[in-house]
Design a protein around this ligand. Sequence first.
Ligand code: FMN
Length: 273
Amino acid sequence: MVEIENLIKKLREIVPLNVIERFLSGIQKAIEKKGDLSLAYHEVSKLDFNYYGIDLPYSRPSQFWKEYRGECIELPKPPEKSGVDVFEAIKARRSRREYTTKSLTLEQVSAILYYTIGVTGRAWWGGPKRAYPSAGGLQPVEAYLYADRVEGLERGLYHYHPGRHCLEVVKLGDYSRELMRASLDQEHVGEAPVVLVLTAVYSRTASKYGLRSYRYIHWDSGFAGQNVYLVVEALGLATVTVGAFYDDEVCRVIEIDCLEELPMLIFPIGYRK
Ligand SMILES: Cc1cc2nc3c(=O)[nH]c(=O)nc-3n(C[C@H](O)[C@H](O)[C@H](O)COP(=O)(O)O)c2cc1C
């Protein structure tokens, strides 16, 4: 059992009193709304004329993506055109939960990753511009690809390196069942030839936006998520967003620290049935 008095004492050592007061007033509002505690965060992360959030002790990120040591498997160059009009793709996009057993190709994987979070240009100061817009240009979203059946790729879990457009091996092996279990046993996750997991590295955004960052990382991820739907549509494949998952289980399977990097969205991807 957490000792509330002790907790508040510790909190006061690192968080300014006015922020704690806002949070407590948020809890009070949450009580009025029958205990919906998410409102307390909403209150404390609201901006107004007198309040711009607080600077958390995060330093500016030195890079915009994670890097694993070791081999990075080169992906084919992504296609320049899909032949599908963007208006048509937006209209035709649907959440599709049934896939054939057919394997995906490396070309398809390359297109999905590149048009979801790939580096599509350069900023005036030389830094990367990405396929998804990002609050403050801080680019917190990371992509992990579980390849169950991809031609030319050993079954296993990979991390996408956007700077080099290649796949870093996290671990080889069959993780279909574990990902399905982590997604509340949703069968489409267990059956798909590919499962894409989007996460967000919290400190990248928090280095600038403090308390408001928990909002921003979800907005950023949502934009990347819509990219997944549209590129999958343009390739004639099928996907669905999965937001119902056990966070700690997802973190365990993809081997990330859930306090540093937060699982955002999961996308099983395959051929349409
Ligand atoms: C944030 C979010 C989380 C979702 N989570 C799930 C999920 O866990 N499982 C699922 O089958 N569908 C999930 N969906 C898909 C929705 O059910 C689907 O988008 C909705 O029914 C509308 O259908 P459409 O995408 O075909 O327009 C999610 C969608 C969003 C945007």
